[in-house]
Design a protein around this ligand. Sequence first.
Ligand code: 7O9
Length: 529
Amino acid sequence: MADDKTDQVSPKWVETLKKIVMDNLLVIFMIIAVIIGVAMGLGLRDHISTDDKRTIFFLQFPGDLLLNMLKMLILPLIVSSLISAMSGLKAQASGKMGLRTVLYYLITTFCAVVLGIILVVAIQPGYKREASIERSGKTKSAEGLTSLLDLIRNCFPDNLITACFQKKETTMVYEKVTLTTPAPSPTTDDMTTAAINMTENMTTEAMTTVEAMTTVAPKVIDGKLESIGLSTQGGMNVLGLVVFSLFFGGVLARIGEKGRPLIDVFDCLHHVTMKLITLVIWYSPIGIAFLIAAKLVAMENPGEMFTQLGYYMLTVLVGLAVHAFIVLPLVYFVIVRKNPYRFMYGILQALLTAWGTASSSATLPVTMSCLEERNNVDPRVTMFVTPIGATVNMDGTALYEAVAAIFIAQYLDVPLDFGKIVIISLTATAAAIGAAGVPSAGLVTMAIVLSAVGLPVEEVRLILAIDWFLDRFRTAVNVLGDSFGAGIVEHLSQKELQEMDLHLHKYLEDEQNGVVNTFDVKTAIDTKM
Ligand code: 7O9
């Protein structure tokens, strides 16, 4: 008996500890992976030169495997999730949920932009400079109207198969090039140098290649438009697939009994994909460690970067931190009345993946899995909210773009009045929402914000050097925003979800008791989980 007692006391204590460790094993692995990645990267910097592209390429191999595995799952995941979610929700419920989702995204993105603007105006990083910033890299062309039309055009792809790996982009070729603003300083990039040589000659002959065109900002060009047309760009047309899946799922739910087999197919596809994700997640610590190490080894002149752009970096990081640790948790707490930090702890793994990969789309599988498995968010909500969130909700990016635009204005001593600041806030919000839909996005959306207030687009070069570094933090904030969104929409949609549960419960009960169903098949489909 005495033995029994000791057996009971110590194992219980050990059991609890064991349970805590086991429950958080992956998170612990991920944290260790980040630490190992940073240590490995910094350690290898002494042995591998930044120019040794070959070794760095090989060093990144395990990380590339992770990125591939995650990206491979995106297509089946978004299509099956959105179709399943839409076919499982009643028209009214999906409408209400959609409205809440969109409102949450718009409001939080705008909050992020305003927060960024307040900080950049208060800290004034553009005026605090010791040395002039080295300008590097090339810029892409961007025009507000064509980008907006591209965005809408991409919502309706002409071919579903090509939409999985191509987007359409409006391209323009100009006959003559006249310089209206000072020429940008030369860089090592051949294409850019060629383009600059042309602009330095004030008036040049036609630029024949589209590539040459895209290296010069359109504001610089004041020539006759020779041709305009569509070209294809690599990358998944995610917006087109999202729009298609939403409508497909919506209609599928409404065709009654006939739709049942297909609904089961997509349900099944979703379940299998989620299971595959859990497998990939076990590999993710290894991949993350090597991604971080390779990036740190490849980093050029970190000291210079930190001193020259230190205040700018500080502004962005403080903004992201305030948004992540104060604004979003506060919104969650006010609406849901639960501990937001516990919620954040649940998705820590997704946040670390976002930080390690700098891609919220590659993180989407991990985000969904964390929300469903660890935070117990209703799958019907995550399936609906997170794929859309990964596509249109980018709080971190919006904040970053607003800060960057005003930083560039400060650096160039261009005064911005209140009207221009309002324009920046609106375009930064819109650019972040449309980023995934605009072909060759990234810096293009930045260029749209700049050109909206008449700032020289090529000056994005100022901030290019540390873009990759800040990208990791803003991606984590993007993912955090999507996740809180799922929690909040679930809370707000409780009534609809419970109603659907009730219907299903009754239906199953009746079926079990052999009662002739009071619900037709369509209702059963509408209410299925
Ligand atoms: C950041 F829904 C998905 F998963 F299928 C999906 C697929 C692709 C969602 C989005 C995309 C996509 O193409 N996104 C995209 C995002 C495209 C271009 C630019 C950006 C902006 O990226 C962020 C940033 O640079 O600030 C950030 N790196 O969240 O991934």
